[in-house]
Design a protein around this ligand. Structure first.
Ligand code: ADP
Length: 489
């Protein structure tokens, strides 16, 4: 399909135009050459006519009348150019009486003579076949000036066969050059078309394979032009799709795993409590505590998934209000201190006296702090320490969470904020926590910077600009209602 239309377009727009131009050049040059040659021959004959006329005037002035005819006769018979031009003398009755060839000429069909009689300048011109011979000739007749002569006109006749042959040769040569140019254009054009159409066809096949889910399909040997750049882009797109597909599959498997673990614990304790009639209060409390904690973990995960889905759909919104960041951070730290201690990890929080008041969404910011602290604890080993600091500097508020855990490899570091990306598959997690946190902080016009050394530890630095009510998005009331509705869902 592509082959047909691109080739057709090329034939019509490029080759067709060049063909028409060359045909016009051949036609115009043919006509010009013809006119040039014919007018040159005509001019030669006219010059001859003027020379002969001048000579006759001289003869008529210097010669006795009885000798005039003899003089002219001998001139005509010994005409210097008689090999090429035939000179004829026409008498007062319109008969050709003398010819330079010596052959008598009996025809009275002399269109140029008739034209000369009727022309005020006494000149006649004819191009056509000579009576009897069928040869193509050019004839010029000039009425003679001496009035007392027995000749009325002199006629010059030249064969045009050789001139026509010369014109034909020239036009043939020009046509041959034009054909050669056309051939060259055709060959180079088809070669060029092939160099476009072939990769375009390959691109089409690869794109269809990619569209049908074969993300391993690639376009081979891309050239170094725009088509090559397109091939490279499509190959890059296939790489990205393959990666995304892989990450998506890993995400589904890790989320299923994440959901199954708390469910197993909840089901185990529920069945234990149901099956046993005589359990003590401590066991009951312990079971209920596990069920409650695991339920909370499940609902946290479901909330994270919902947030992620809202971000993907562009329906993620914040409720901006005046907030005390220290209170939110303190709450998040408190939530994790006990949990970390149970896992043998120490949280050291150096709480500042105060931080500037800012405008933001307190629930979402707390969610970010929880996510980052959760990661620090999750990726630390027992005996490790997590240091949390908060400070204000140059109009920004910084919250730093540093751990001495497993760290992140340099090649993974730029990707860990990407959705589904998990650098470490040995610990629980869906790979979307940082993506959601990054989105929330960006919506507060802040940033998350992560520094890490594999095997040494990781420091996450959250920067939030000190903001006033003017920094809140417009129509907070609508945003608030939207979030309330979503929370009910
Ligand atoms: P997950 O739910 O898998 O923790 P996140 O989006 O929170 O997903 O983190 C993405 C990846 O970044 C993690 O899989 C982990 O490999 C890496 N990561 C995040 N925080 C830390 C940290 N404090 N120490 C080591 N690796 C971390």
């Amino acid at each position: 399909m592509a082959l047909k239309s691109i080739t057709q377009r090329w034939f019509l727009n490029s080759f067709g135009v060049i063909f028409v131009i060359l045909a016009a050049v051949v036609a115009v040059s043919g006509v010009s050459i013809h006119n040039y040659y014919y007018s040159a021959v005509k001019e030669v004959l006219n010059n001859q006519a003027s020379t002969v006329d001048g000579m006759m005037i001289r003869y008529s002035e210097n010669t006795v009348t009885s000798n005039f005819y003899t003089e002219i006769r001998s001139y005509v018979e010994s005409f210097p150019d008689k090999n090429m031009i035939e000179l004829m003398a026409i008498d007062l009755n319109g008969n050709v009486v003398l010819t330079s060839s010596g052959f008598s000429y009996s025809s009275r069909n002399l269109p140029d003579y008739t034209m000369a009689i009727n022309s005020p300048r006494g000149e006649g011109y004819y191009v056509g076949e000579l009576d009897g011979s069928g040869d193509k000739v050019m004839a010029v007749t000039r009425m003679v000036t001496p009035v007392n002569s027995e000749f009325s006109a002199m006629r010059f006749v030249v064969s045009m066969e050789k001139v026509d042959q010369a014109i034909r040769n020239l036009v043939l040569m020009i046509s041959a050059v034009a054909l050669a140019v056309l051939g060259l254009v055709l060959v180079s054009g088809l070669f060029f078309l092939k160099s476009i159409v072939k990769p375009v066809r390959e691109i089409g096949i690869a794109a269809r394979q990619i569209a049908s889910g074969d993300f391993k399909s690639r376009i081979s040997s891309p050239s170094d032009d725009e088509i090559g750049a397109l091939c490279t882009t499509i190959n890059f797109m296939a790489d990205e799709l393959e990666n995304t597909e892989k990450m998506k599959n890993e995400f589904i498997s890790s989320v299923s795993h994440e959901l199954r673990t708390p469910l197993t614990a909840i089901r185990g304790w529920a069945e234990t409590l149901l099956d046993t009639d005589n359990y003590d209060a401590a066991t009951l409390k312990k079971g209920m505590r596990v069920i409650s904690a695991e339920t909370e973990r499940l609902s946290g995960m479901v909330e994270e998934l919902l947030d992620f889905s809202r971000i993907q759909n562009g329906r993620f919104s914040l409720v901006f209000q005046k907030l005390d960041l220290l209170a939110e951070l303190g709450e998040a730290v408190l939530m994790y201190t006990e949990k970390a201690k149970r896992e043998g990890i120490q949280i050291l929080y150096s709480e500042p006296d105060m931080l500037p008041i800012i405008y933001g969404d307190k629930n979402r910011l707390r969610q970010v702090f929880i996510n980052v602290i959760d990661n620090a604890v999750k990726y630390s080993d027992p005996g490790g320490t997590v240091r949390i600091e908060a400070f204000a500097r140059d109009g920004d508020i910084f919250i730093s969470v540093a751990d001495a855990g497993c760290g992140i490899a340099p090649e993974d570091l730029p990707k860990i904020k990407t959705k589904f990306y998990k650098a470490n598959h040995t610990r629980r997690g869906s790979g979307i926590g940082l993506a959601v946190a990054d989105e929330i902080i960006q919506m507060h016009k802040g940033s998350i910077d992560i520094e890490s050394t594999l095997g040494v530890g990781t420091t996450v630095l959250i920067r939030l600009p000190v903001s006033g009510p003017e920094d809140a998005p417009e129509q907070p009331a609508i945003l608030e209602r939207k979030v309330e509705n979503e929370q009910k869902l």
